[in-house]
Design a protein around this ligand. Sequence first.
Ligand code: TXA
Ligand code: MG
Length: 364
Amino acid sequence: MRTELIDIKESTEDAGLQHAAEILKRGGLVVFPTETVYGLGAVATNLTAVTGIFQAKGRPADNPLIVHVADYEMIKELVADPQVLENENLRRIMEQFWPGPLTIIFEKSSSVGNAVSAGLSTVGIRMPANETALKLIRLTGAGIAAPSANTSGKPSPTAPQHVIQDMIGKVDAIICGGTCKVGLESTVLDMTCDPPVILRPGAVTKEQLQAVLGREVWMANSLAENEYSIPKAPGMKYRHYAPKGAVTVFMGNEALVAKEINRRVKEAEQKGLVPRIIATQQTVCYYEDAYVVMMGDRNNPETIASMLFSALRTCDEQGADLIFAEAVSREGIGEAIMNRLVKAAGYALVNLEAFSEAEQNSSQ
Ligand code: TXA
Ligand code: MG
């Protein structure tokens, strides 16, 4: 398949988007920018096109897609009971956080096919806060089903070159629209249950949702492998965001983490392996420059969110066999950053504070 690159800065923006909308209306696949990550889109009600998304990504069919909308009218066709949009709590959440990095789970209508919902009775809907995405949806005149535009299991794409790496030859067009502002996928919130549950943490935090609702919101166990074993967001059960190198995340005070990472780097070199360190502005001073891939500023965790996936991809490009990443505080957006980091590491999280406490206790 030939993939067209549509540079919205070069072509007069509307002509490029009009063309992309025509491709979608004909049943094609178009990658487009959003404020979170790039999405791999098809018209949500076109079954053949939606099936193409799963093929292009190599995505398991039991993982449902989010439908992107540009206005409230579009939602009415997607949900089982449009009256639900009058619900006070739901209205408050939509008004506060849309357009924005929040996906809300609704009971679905019959116009949402099983390919989109992966056999669930629900559908995830999001109104993205990106002008290009909103224009594209409006020009298409329909909800656009779109997962992140990465090959399944790889870090999500936050810049055009990431999409080009993964999707060239697999989609009809890629809209190149610069770097994604947020850099992590949307918060997924299930409001079909009581209390509401965050199925995937993102830039819209639990504290923000609780403040707007004036009540408690739960966080789903991100491991999602409890005795009931069917995770509510099916995507949570897959290994995710993983570069080729093996990632380990280290938690503890800065000096302790740096000491352990430097020890492991030396060990890796002795074995002839290529190590990389994912560090922050505050901690690069502890390491040799050649090993470091920067992921932002601890005092401004939004920078870490926006750079994390790109840092993981850089490690791949540099041929890293082993990737040692520093943990960050779980406060605010930190919860989402740690969720992605720990998944990229396949849950290889080393708590050095716990080790040093145990050592101290045993030597007493
Ligand atoms: O920011 C985002 O959400 C990006 C951009 C493109 O909008 N999209 C994205 O889609 O991250 P995807 O497919 O990579 O992740 C969607 C997540 C998956 O974990 C999926 O299991 C969950 O949302 N999900 C989708 N529909 C659901 C539903 N009906 N019930 C529960 N979880 C759902
Ligand atoms: Mg994804």
